[in-house]
Design a protein around this ligand. Structure first.
Ligand SMILES: [Fe+2]
Length: 311
């Protein structure tokens, strides 16, 4: 079975690349490559591209890419029904190779391998935190700024699907994703409608989830999410984005499943984008939990999601 080890990038189409670029710079991403038809953004990590926007007549989600563990995994993916041949990536920074696939709902999800890593950008160290009983900052002060900050990496994205079991099986067979936790109908643990999935890296801890696959009447992306260095980066960016007049959807708060400190915004084209920090990580010893809770119980503290969050 082919195996993926990370999320690579998400792809959107919009009718105004300038507006997307201005927002994304304010959101903490950096332009890696730009031409008349395409905007490629990166974060501070070595990933050469994490967010792609193509110019087109309307605004829509075009798909995503997952990074395969090896060339052999990419070739194994290519042998599965519905996959393309292995082809060079000649239209994105970092190059490499890809195999094109399409989910049961028709969403393009590529497997990629062999992208050349980019030079990491300077990211400040995490701010030491003086907890009640553990002081890590002695004779030193914190001076966080209200500023865009700098996104570290693409952490996860959420797909709404028409058939949860079929989509989960599809991702499992092609990318080796394993279940972390389940969302169930409130009060009924037997009815699973969403699964948080992570990459299978054995004993190496990975993000609790790199995707959430969730059943919904309308299919497509719900949001994509970018990791920030720490809580000061999340709140500093929050205040900066408020000052700039962008549309806050929900935040700051602490999720139940995955424990992330989150902050959701709408980009100028109404797509949800999330900053997060302090998320759970899990390895092969992790035992999945079934959460049969109401939507408003999925936030532990902070702003409750508005109704539009579930639209
Ligand atoms: Fe998220």
């Amino acid at each position: 079975m082919p195996k993926a080890i990370d999320v690579a990038y998400v792809i959107y189409q919009v009718d105004d690349l300038d507006r997307m670029e201005t927002f994304m710079h304010d959101f903490g991403l950096v332009t890696a490559q730009r031409n008349a038809g395409q905007l490629c953004l990166r974060g501070a990590s070595t990933a050469p591209v994490i967010h792609v926007t193509r110019k087109g007549p309307d605004n829509r989600f075009l798909g995503a890419a997952l990074q395969m563990a090896s060339r052999a995994d990419l070739e194994a993916l290519a042998r599965l029904p519905g996959s393309s041949l292995v082809e060079p990536i000649d239209d994105l920074p970092g190059g490499g190779w890809r195999v094109r696939t399409t989910t049961p709902d028709g969403v393009p999800v590529d497997g990629v391998w062999g992208q050349a890593p980019a030079e990491p950008l300077g990211l400040r160290d995490p701010n030491p935190f003086n907890a009640g009983t553990v002081k890590r900052r002695i004779n030193a002060s914190l001076r966080p700024q209200r500023e865009p900050g700098l996104v570290l990496r693409l952490g996860h994205f959420v797909l709404r699907v028409s058939d949860h079991a079929a989509s989960k099986a599809w991702f499992h067979e092609r990318f080796g994703l394993v279940d972390s936790d389940y969302l169930c109908v409130p009060g009924d643990e037997s009815q699973v409608f969403g699964t948080f999935v992570r990459f299978d890296c054995g004993d190496e801890p990975v993000d609790h989830h790199s995707m959430l696959i969730t059943q919904a009447a309308e299919t497509g992306v719900h949001h994509c999410s970018f990791e920030m260095q720490d809580i000061d980066a999340v709140f500093g960016a929050h205040d900066y984005l408020l000052q700039k007049g962008y549309r806050l959807e929900c935040g700051v708060g602490r999720h139940l499943v995955g424990s992330q400190i989150f902050d959701y915004w709408r980009d100028p084209f109404d797509f949800r984008v999330e900053h997060y920090t302090d998320g759970d990580v899990a390895d092969s010893r992790y035992e999945p939990v079934r959460y049969a809770v109401a939507a408003d119980e999925t936030t532990q503290w902070g702003m409750q999601p508005p109704r539009t969050f579930f639209d």
